[in-house]
Design a protein around this ligand. Structure first.
Ligand SMILES: [Zn+2]
Length: 167
């Protein structure tokens, strides 16, 4: 993960298989999975064994440069975990956490622009096939993720309502 690469498909599939085994759980939301066509195919097999199915795939479309800007500017309070951003959400008093008044902050190593760009390149190569796989099944809802957070949230909620998950 530190080098910006991903966990191998077999391990991911094994982890997801274990998640689907959890007793009493029949509804799941996966964030960022499956991210390769191999994972999607393995996931399909897992689901059919469990007599489960994918109901909805939400595809967040965002410009690569905007994505790098958003993610690489993130940092968080070392004490309480409050999340900030160099552009979108700076602390009210510079260097002091709004919530706990702590003054130590951390940046994730894989949030730096070089590592992130590498992640995005690997991702873009893989995700197109995954998107097409689900698009052919008529399951994909595209959302423009360059909008403000509130608009994205509203669209996600709409999709969930239309799919019958929330009323
Ligand atoms: Zn804090």
């Amino acid at each position: 993960m530190e080098s910006g690469l991903y966990v191998p498909d077999e391990i991911v599939t094994e982890i997801i298989g274990n998640v689907l085994e959890r007793p009493g759980k029949v509804n799941f939301i996966f964030d960022g999975y499956p991210r390769t066509l191999n994972q999607a195919l393995a996931f399909d097999t897992l689901l059919s064994v469990k007599k489960l199915k994918v109901d909805l795939v939400i595809n967040f479309e965002v410009d690569t440069e905007l994505l790098v800007e958003r993610v690489s500017g993130r940092f968080s309070c070392a004490s309480c975990g409050a999340v900030y951003h160099d552009v979108y959400k700076i602390p009210l008093v510079s260097g002091v956490c709004d919530k706990c008044h702590g003054n130590k902050f951390i940046r994730r190593k894989d949030d730096n622009p070089e590592v992130l760009k590498k992640r995005v390149e690997v991702y873009m190569k893989e995700i197109e096939a995954v998107r097409d796989f689900y698009r052919n099944k008529g399951l994909v809802k595209d959302i423009d993720a360059s909008q403000a957070a509130e608009s994205i949230q509203a669209e996600v909620k709409n999709s969930l309502v239309q799919s019958g998950f929330i009323i």
